[in-house]
Each structure stands twice: as C-alpha cells, then as structure tokens.
Design a protein around this ligand. Structure first.
Ligand code: UTP
Length: 276
C-alpha cells in the first residue's frame, strides 16, 4: 500500500566543507557505511522498496553507490573481502532506485516537488539521510513505526522529538493536540522560530509520510523562510485542510548534517554496532 520513499539529497552540505566540495555529504561514512545507505536500509525495513532520489550536480557517486562496480567486484570475487560488500548487495537486491535532479536549490519543499514524477499519485515516505535515526534495542526503525501509524490513520505524518530551548531555532516546530501517547494532531507549525515564538518544544526531524495531495499544495506554496519553499508551510496548509499527525518516535536521532552530530553518531555506531 505504501512502498515508495523519496530521498532529497540535492543540498550543498556547506557545513562539511571542504570535505563536501566534490563529494556529497550523503556519501560521508558513519564508520564504514555512507549516511544515505543507513536511510535506505531503514526505508527497506519499513517495506518501502521503491527508492526515489532527488539529486543535483556533483552527486553522481550516490547513484554509483547503489549500482554494481564490476571491476571491483570481479577483483575481490571469491576472496574473504567479499563480505565487506554484503550490506550493499542486500540493499540492491531488495530495492529499486530511480533518480531525478533538482536544478536549483530552492528548499526542501521544492526538492520534494521535484520527486512528483517518481512518486505519482501514492502516499510515500521521505527520509532526510543527514538525520541518522537508530531504533531502540530490538525495536523497529522510525519509518517502520510511521508506516504502521499511516495504515491506521491514512494522513500525512511527521516525526518529532523534544529539543532543548537553545536548539529550537534550527527546526520546524509544531503546535498540536495529543490524541494518544506520543501522537499529536497538528494545529500549527512554524519554521525555525525564535524561542519566544515557538509553540512547543516538539521539533520536526527528517522523516515524513506524505499523502500525494501535498504536491499540489507545494505548487501553491510561496517561498518562506530564507527564500526557500518550505515543506513546513505546505504541511501547515494540509493540516488546516484536513489532517497532519506528529509522532514522537521511539529511537535515537543524530544530526549528521552538523559536525558535532556526525562525530557523536560515529562514536555511537563504532561502539554499539560496528564493534558489537
Ligand atoms: P539542509 O538544511 O541540511 O541543507 O537540508 P544542506 O545544503 O544539505 O546542508 P548545509 O546546511 O549546507 O550544510 C536538509 C535536507 O534537504 C535536502 C538536503 O540534501 C538535506 O537532505 N535539500 C535541501 C534538497 O535536496 N534541496 C534543497 O533545495 C534543500
């Protein structure tokens, strides 16, 4: 019923310059695996096996990562080094990939609109792979949790987490009525508010399930904060016309779009996943 997932990966990743001058931020590894592969694995676990990526200039290596590399694979074929490719082979076996380009960086809303042709008229997931989300021990990934909720409520859902006051201005923040433990019906949303204007401490993170009417809404949404087409503005319209839910997910998120979050994630994954 829901099997497509969109990855907007067109951003410049300026916070990682000079590393990201010729290399996409999504290919930076957390230990030995590119950030974007963690996101794709999370989508596959949720049953979202049609992966659409909105890329841009300089992002070719993302496409190459999800394709075969005959020379390399031939070279290590039959050796014990083959095991290093096991995780990416599994991803390629389970998922299909399509790519389109965002020509100008006009914001996340615009990037998602660029994915319209890949998605069509179906509900779909969105993963911002610079938010690395890891499940609780023996728990499900965030996308899998959200797909379950979607099956029950059939409306757009954003993942949220509580953030401290000094971080509020970096996020889209929701106002909502709690309808059950950890689940809110959204009544308002503000993109990157000053602390005094923030309606709550519940911040939207990089996981969404969107119903396809969002595309028409984005088309009608004028550029907002920073002159960019904000998905938050489109979602607010959707919330006013119908229903948008916000879900306090179970698990841990690392902001790998920032150097501090990236280092924290690296240490965590090395200690708890790689070495374990
Ligand atoms: P960010 O706000 O993290 O921007 O985008 P960025 O360009 O990637 O990184 P910095 O701030 O320059 O360091 C959040 C997500 O939205 C995508 C990015 O690729 C990232 O996954 N995005 C953003 C687009 O695909 N297109 C846009 O126009 C803007």
């Amino acid at each position: 019923m829901i099997k497509k997932c969109l990855f907007p990966v067109a951003g410049y990743g300026t916070r990682f310059l000079p590393a990201t001058k010729s290399m996409p931020k999504e290919i930076l590894p957390i230990v030995n695996k590119p950030l974007v592969q963690y996101g794709v694995e999370e989508a596959i676990e949720a049953g979202l096996v049609d992966i659409g990526m909105v890329t841009g200039r300089g992002k070719r290596s993302i496409e190459d990562h999800f394709d075969v590399n005959y020379e390399l694979e031939h070279q290590i074929s039959g050796s014990d080094k083959e095991e290093y490719l096991a995780s990416i082979r599994e991803v390629m076996d389970k998922a299909a990939f399509s790519f389109t380009r965002q020509v100008e960086m006009r914001g996340l809303g615009d990037a998602i609109l660029n994915g319209k042709r890949l998605i069509g008229d179906e509900p779909f997931g969105v993963v911002l792979s610079d938010d690395l989300c890891l499940p609780e021990e023996d728990g499900e990934g965030v996308m899998a949790q959200m797909v379950k909720l979607f099956k029950q409520f059939r409306c757009s859902i954003v993942a949220i987490q509580e953030v401290p006051d000094e971080m509020i201005h970096k996020f889209g923040v929701i106002e909502g009525e709690q309808i059950k433990d950890g689940l809110f019906q959204v009544t308002g949303m503000v993109e990157k508010p000053a602390l005094e204007d923030a309606p709550s401490n519940l911040a939207i993170i990089g996981r969404y399930i969107l119903t396809p009417d969002i595309f028409d809404i984005i088309e009608e949404t004028p550029p907002g904060k920073n002159g960019e087409v904000q998905i938050t503005d489109a979602l607010l319209t959707q919330a006013k016309n119908g229903c948008v839910l916000a879900y306090k997910f179970k698990g841990r998120r690392f902001d790998c779009g920032s150097v501090e979050g990236f280092v924290e994630a690296t240490n965590h994954v090395y200690e708890n996943i790689y070495k374990a």
